[in-house]
Unconditional design. Structure first.
Length: 169
């Protein structure tokens, strides 16, 4: 009856540690208890030393599990940060082309003005390309502003990296 009740409890919540205090000292009963996930099996009459030993073993195991969970969380967060940095580098790289074009056209126009030369239609050809690239980059930045980076998954970050693909058109 105790094993069945323990099994039912663990089906509802397998995080609850269950310790059995029993007079049953048959190996089969003990093996069944381990199979269902009992944390500790203590034979009656119970001694304080025996109880403390089983409890200490459980607490050590739980501390290791929590430490493992923290390490997994840190690794996951690091992966997210690495992907976000990759995304920022991609966007930064794509800003360079329109900014270089803007700088070149601006410098050319300024030089012509300083030399007293008239601006021609050729001087304005790059403006449309600048406007298109700037619009695409502005859309990307708007999409990025809507993202909740505190609660984002690795898959979602990989999807975000793909946001910059329209720049290649």
């Amino acid at each position: 009856m105790g094993l069945q009740m323990s099994e039912d409890i663990l089906k509802i919540n397998n995080k609850i540690p269950i310790f059995i205090f029993s007079a049953h000292n048959e190996a089969e009963y003990f093996v069944d208890a381990i199979k269902i996930g009992i944390e500790g099996y203590l034979l009656k009459p119970l001694s304080l030393d025996q109880f403390l030993q089983v409890l200490t073993k459980y607490l050590d195991k739980r501390a290791l599990e929590k430490n493992h969970e923290k390490i997994e969380h840190i690794i996951h967060e690091r992966e997210k940060i690495e992907l976000i940095l990759k995304m920022v580098k991609n966007i930064s790289h794509h800003w360079k082309q329109p900014l270089t074009l803007i700088s070149a056209i601006s410098s050319g126009c300024t030089l012509k003005k300083e030399l007293g030369l008239e601006l021609t239609d050729d001087d304005f050809k790059g403006f449309e390309q600048i406007t298109n690239q700037a619009d695409i980059l502005a859309d990307i930045l708007c999409k990025l502003e809507e993202i909740d980076f505190d609660n984002i998954s690795l898959f979602e970050i990989e999807q975000i990296i793909n946001i910059s693909k329209p720049i290649y058109k």
